[in-house]
Design a protein around this ligand. Structure first.
Ligand code: ARG
Length: 465
């Protein structure tokens, strides 16, 4: 059956039958792209003012469009705006309502413009604002980490490799490792922002437009660094969204590593830190349980963020120039990535300053597991043994310790001398945890003085953002 022709469509001119009802829903994006309404209106205002400045719109027309768009914005903010699937997307919903409000001048707004450069502009504006709020949360989190590090430059814990006790480190040193990961993520986020901050407006459908437009004008009005170079590229590529999602995948990977450590550390087996109750939940059956839900959930969120990155890469793969409807699929993965990243950062930034280290438990753990064995080997090297021989000697001492249930510092001098006659009374200085960490006194090492200085530098970097 042939549907009756529907003339309400903004592109309906060449059509002789109405869109199939299911196809209408299938192809519409308004349910999710209405989130870009504020950016769409900002783009339209910039475009209209530019059209006026080059003489395409007169003063009165510009005024009508400005007033009309302000009313549309108000209706959207108040929640009284009627979004319609028939009008497909955020762009046509807003334009149609503008025309309803101000009459035929509304129809002039689309002069020299296409939804293709319009949507490319909206996404960039939306993502740019999201990047700025995400950057704020990253800074808040990093300040929390660095603050905790500065308070824990002498708190000794075991450092691990293979999750086996390796050498003692201070807790602040471990925290500053987290901060370094986030510092690089922050740099990647800023790189992404710098590359996306160019205005596609004026590319129109794909080839540019015949009107005497001023692309510098709209670019400056919207806070872009400059207009994009090539109209075909401007309307088609979504590499900036992919770049953001790859930033997000790395950030969430880093947050998942921190999460994993927090989950381990809050267990009864480690007991290194305590999370405040407000970041945990209980069990409906086991009364003793206090579960570290926030870090667990953040660890789990990596899955969807990685998935969105792959979705966008696959979306762009093999797309011919220029705009294709495929690109409408960019929004949901991008928006969900933005929301997920922001929420994970917010949860972590709130939680970080409230983490309480259990310094005694950390210290006890560092005393177990022969964490100063390398220090004993280094001591023997200073007494003239080649390192490989020293390694062998200490290995035998450790085997004895495992069998007798003693750590190295608990053995008598004569027991230790049984493994190497060169050992003197001063060996006990290097077998202490404090002696071990203090000896690693160079840039990037775990000596308390180095960690305090590193925390200070990190704090200064954050303060100057
Ligand atoms: N809703 C569309 C999108 O998200 C807007 C651009 C549509 N352009 C077009 N020629 N159909 O990509």
């Amino acid at each position: 059956m042939t549907n009756e022709k529907d003339t309400s469509k903004l592109w309906g001119g060449r059509f002789t039958e109405a869109t199939d009802a299911f196809v209408q829903r299938f192809t519409a994006s308004v349910t999710f792209d209405q989130r870009m309404a504020a950016e769409d209106i900002a783009g339209s205002l910039a475009h209209a003012r530019m059209l006026h400045s080059v003489g395409v719109l007169n003063e009165k027309e510009l005024q009508e469009i400005e007033d009309g768009l302000a009313r549309v914005q108000q209706e959207i903010s108040e929640g009284s705006f009627q979004w319609s699937i028939e009008l497909e997307d955020v762009h046509m919903n807003i334009e149609a309502r503008l025309t309803q409000l101000i009459g035929s001048t509304g129809k002039k707004l689309h002069t020299g413009r296409s939804r293709n450069d319009q949507v490319a502009t909206d996404i960039r504006l939306h993502l740019r604002a999201a990047i700025d709020s995400i950057a704020g949360e990253m800074t808040r989190l990093q300040k929390g980490i660095v603050g905790l590090a500065a308070d824990n430059t002498t708190t000794i814990m075991p450092g691990f490799t293979h999750l086996q006790t390796a050498q003692p480190v201070v807790f602040g040193h471990h925290l500053l490792a987290w901060n370094e990961m986030l510092e690089r993520d922050f740099g990647r986020l800023q790189d992404c922002r710098a590359r996306l901050n160019q205005s596609p407006l004026g590319a129109a459908a794909l080839a540019g437009t015949t009107y005497p437009i001023d692309r510098e004008h709209t670019a400056a009005a919207l806070g872009f660094d400059k207009p994009t170079e090539n109209s075909l590229d401007s309307v088609s590529d979504r590499d900036f969204a992919i770049e953001f999602c790859s930033f997000a995948a790395l950030l969430l990977t880093h947050l998942s590593r921190m999460s994993e450590e927090l989950v381990l550390w809050t267990s009864a087996q480690f007991d290194f830190v305590e999370l405040p109750d407000r970041f945990c939940t209980g069990s409906s059956i086991m009364p003793q349980k206090k579960n570290p839900d926030v870090p667990e959930l953040v660890r789990g969120k990596v899955g969807r963020v990685n998935g969105h990155l792959i979705a966008l890469l696959t979306l762009m793969k093999s797309q011919p120039l220029a705009y294709n409807k495929d690109n409408q699929e960019d929004k949901e993965p991008l928006f969900d990535t933005i929301d997920t990243v922001f929420d994970c950062l917010r949860a972590f930034a709130d939680m970080m300053p409230a983490i309480k280290p259990r310094t005694e438990a950390m210290r006890r753990a560092a005393l177990r597991g022969f964490s100063t064995a390398t220090d004993l080997a280094d001591y023997l090297v200073r007494r003239g043994l080649p390192f490989r021989d020293a390694h062998e000697v200490v290995g035998k001492a450790v085997a004895h310790g495992v069998a007798s249930g003693q750590d190295l510092a608990e053995m008598s001098l004569s027991t230790l001398q049984g493994f190497c006659a060169d050992i003197r009374e001063d060996v006990f200085e290097v077998l202490t945890l404090e002696g071990s960490v203090a000896a690693r006194n160079h840039l990037g090492g775990t000596a308390p003085a180095q960690v305090a200085a590193a925390a200070k530098r990190a704090g200064a970097r954050l303060a100057s953002r």
